[in-house]
Ligand binder design. Structure first.
Ligand code: DHB
Ligand code: FE
Length: 279
């Protein structure tokens, strides 16, 4: 059966992609942030996962406020990105894993989740920046990708508890997929940030660090928050924590933390990163 070997969380701040393009990783501003990533890349290189399930949010490239699926899943043979209107370079397309995508869709619907099924979808920085971080030079090797999109932009948004349950259902679906594939799960976005309004620039580093602790040993505690709580405690875009919570839901084994990094602020965000092993 396919096996989820671990989970990776990372912020997906667009400026990260721009810093990589411009070769600024060792500059004073970026050094501490990028220092977290080599161990993750080494782990991926050692493990050679076949498939990455990526929980991300679409910030308006494909799903604007007028059409907002609560949960959406890609079933496409490949995924391209596009200019989001603010000058982020496009990256080479990634290959989709259609068989497992469809298996997950079927299992989700059977288990009372009803995602929007996307056979043609562009992916935005929520997916591309983390992939660029994990596979510098866009050398994805044989990796195939399954995008899972969670609404974090438009009320009503799915609750943290529901995102965790979605992750658990996807974790069970992967475990029932015939094959020997190694699967890694990404949760992108977060941690605390607010990009506009009176509290623009708001960051809560104590909360961010507490979230990373809980993500390892007590993820259920994170499911007690409402989205209104998250907005209050972690800023309007702090709701992107829901992707981390969904990722953690997929890890149904014994979870240990192998790596962690946190730098704040990076751009407007508390930039967190974790590697969780799933035995
Ligand atoms: C920033 C963070 C995000 O999560 C995002 O989607 C866009 C911008 C930022 O901090 O600049
Ligand atoms: Fe974001």
């Amino acid at each position: 059966m396919a096996k989820i070997i671990g989970g990776i969380t990372t912020s997906h701040i667009p400026a990260i992609g721009i810093a990589m393009e411009r070769g600024l990783e060792n500059s004073d501003y970026w050094r501490d942030f990028f220092a977290g990533y080599p161990p993750l890349r080494e782990w991926l290189n050692e493990q050679q996962p076949d498939i990455a399930i990526v929980f991300y949010n679409d910030h308006g490239l494909e799903m604007f406020l007028d059409k907002k699926p609560t949960f959406a899943i890609g079933c496409a043979p490949r995924y391209e990105n596009a200019d989001e209107g603010w000058g982020i370079a496009t990256i080479p397309p990634v290959t989709g894993e259609t068989e497992l995508s469809w298996h997950i869709v079927n299992e989700l619907v059977e288990n009372d989740f009803d995602p929007t099924v996307c056979q043609d979808i562009k992916v935005d920085h929520g997916l591309t920046v983390p992939l660029s971080l994990m596979y510098p030079g866009h050398q994805y090797q044989h990796l195939k990708v399954i995008p899972v999109c969670i609404n974090c932009e438009r009320h009503p948004m799915p609750k943290p508890s529901r995102c965790f349950a979605l992750g658990q259902a996807i974790g069970r679906a992967v475990a029932s997929f015939a094959g020997e594939q190694k699967v890694v799960v990404f949760g992108t976005g977060g941690l605390s940030h607010q990009l506009d309004g009176e509290r623009a620039g708001f960051i809560n580093a104590d909360f961010d660090n507490d979230c990373m602790d809980k993500l390892v040993s007590d993820p259920q505690a994170l499911t007690q928050y409402s989205n209104d709580d998250l907005i209050e405690i972690a800023g309007a875009q702090g709701v992107e924590l829901n992707m981390w919570i969904a990722m953690r839901g997929c890890l149904l084994g014994k979870v240990t933390e192998a790596q962690r990094n946190y730098v704040a602020p990076i751009s407007n965000t508390g930039a967190g990163m974790q590697l969780l092993l799933n035995d």
